[in-house]
Design a protein around this ligand. Structure first.
Ligand SMILES: O=c1nc2n(C[C@H](O)[C@H](O)[C@H](O)CO)c3cc(O)ccc3cc-2c(=O)[nH]1
Ligand SMILES: C[C@H]1O[C@@H](n2cnc3c(N)ncnc32)[C@H](O)[C@@H]1O
Ligand code: SF4
Length: 295
């Protein structure tokens, strides 16, 4: 019998690429005032074209507006409206819009199946390097988001960004932090182990995370995280399929949202799920579609 690995057939809507943070590894962000917002009409057009396709999840992934900026409320309302539109058109929205207030999170919960934010890494040392100009990446703030999601009972995705200047020990601390949160609230459904990959637009232009290290990290994560948390690996960021197989052997069981374009890493294309399915089947893995919540 073959073992099962899942993915979510998804399409990403980007409310805005404009972001007040400047994470130096980011290929997604645009400067404030240079890009504008996705209109509801345009979103409706995109979603209409997706109706009847295999896509079930709409990932709403956004650049961020400063919490005290005059247009913060408009920005939030726009994200809410996009999620509500997707839901009303028969899709399952999953929003990751960075740091939200408790009240914003509580509202968004009504129009999302699940939500998420990457913890990235818990170490504060990154505030002097890649996160120097990214107030949203203060570890205690992100931790608080995960705590609020727990209090609100929101099914949640989080994860580690790997290879941004953290040590091996930092990675374990971040995993232990997630494990502790889940022990308290039981709301973390998946943890993404996301290898940093350089792209064309970013400032940083560093070396990619050493993929040789990924299977061992998956194994450590499997030991640290409670058994009901699924480990997710984005297959387009693991270009050598043999490493992907090693990650599955080490305990990863999900390949995340797969769509036409990975908005975060547009330079790294996804294989078509059918192709991925064929490849994995050769090695005894059955690739199965899932929804943004597993159950
Ligand atoms: O295609 C992507 N999906 C990303 N997803 C979506 C993920 O792959 C799954 O589709 C959802 O978590 C639903 O299970 C994220 C979700 C989060 O909550 C937080 C971060 C990410 C990051 C990515 C990403 O970089 N690319
Ligand atoms: C949405 C998530 O995408 C991740 N992210 C941002 N930039 C990159 C990159 N160059 N490579 C891989 N992941 C990245 C961060 O972890 C963010 O939280
Ligand atoms: S990673 Fe997110 S918070 Fe950082 S600059 Fe990019 S869009 Fe903004």
């Amino acid at each position: 019998m073959s073992r099962i690995v899942t993915y979510s057939p998804s399409h990403t809507l980007v409310p805005t690429y404009e972001c007040f943070n400047r994470c130096s590894y980011c290929n997604f962000r645009r400067d404030l005032g240079t890009d504008g917002w996705l209109s509801l009409d345009k979103a409706k057009e995109i979603l209409t074209a997706l109706q009847g396709s295999e896509i079930t999840e709409i990932l709403i992934l956004s650049g961020e507006v400063h919490p005290l900026a005059a247009n913060r409320e408009l920005w939030f309302r726009h994200i809410y409206n996009l999620a509500e539109l997707a839901l009303n058109m028969g899709f399952y929205p999953h929003t990751n819009a960075g740091i939200l207030t408790f009240a914003e999170m509580e509202k968004l919960k009504n129009v999302n199946l699940s939500m998420g934010i990457m913890l990235e890494q818990m170490t504060v040392t990154l505030l002097n390097t890649v996160h120097r100009h990214a107030p949203s990446k203060v570890p205690s703030l992100r931790l608080e988001q995960l705590q609020w999601a727990g209090e609100l009972g929101i099914t949640f995705t989080t994860g580690l960004l790997l290879g941004i200047g953290e040590t091996e020990c930092d990675r374990l601390v971040t995993l232990e932090t997630i494990a502790a949160l889940h022990q308290r609230w039981g709301h973390i459904q998946e943890v993404i182990l996301q290898p940093y990959n350089p792209g064309k637009r970013e400032q940083w232009q560093n070396n990619p995370f050493d993929l040789q290290k990924l299977p061992a990290l998956v194994r450590q994560a499997r030991e640290i995280l409670p058994p009901d948390i699924v480990i997710q690996i984005p297959p387009n960021l693991v270009p050598d399929p043999l490493f992907l197989l090693d990650c599955l052997a080490a305990g990863a069981r999900d390949l995340g949202g797969i769509g036409i374009i990975d908005e975060v890493n547009p330079d790294y294309l996804h294989l078509h799920p059918d192709k991925l399915k064929e490849f994995l089947a050769i090695y005894g893995w059955e690739l199965k579609a899932r929804l943004p919540v597993y159950k």
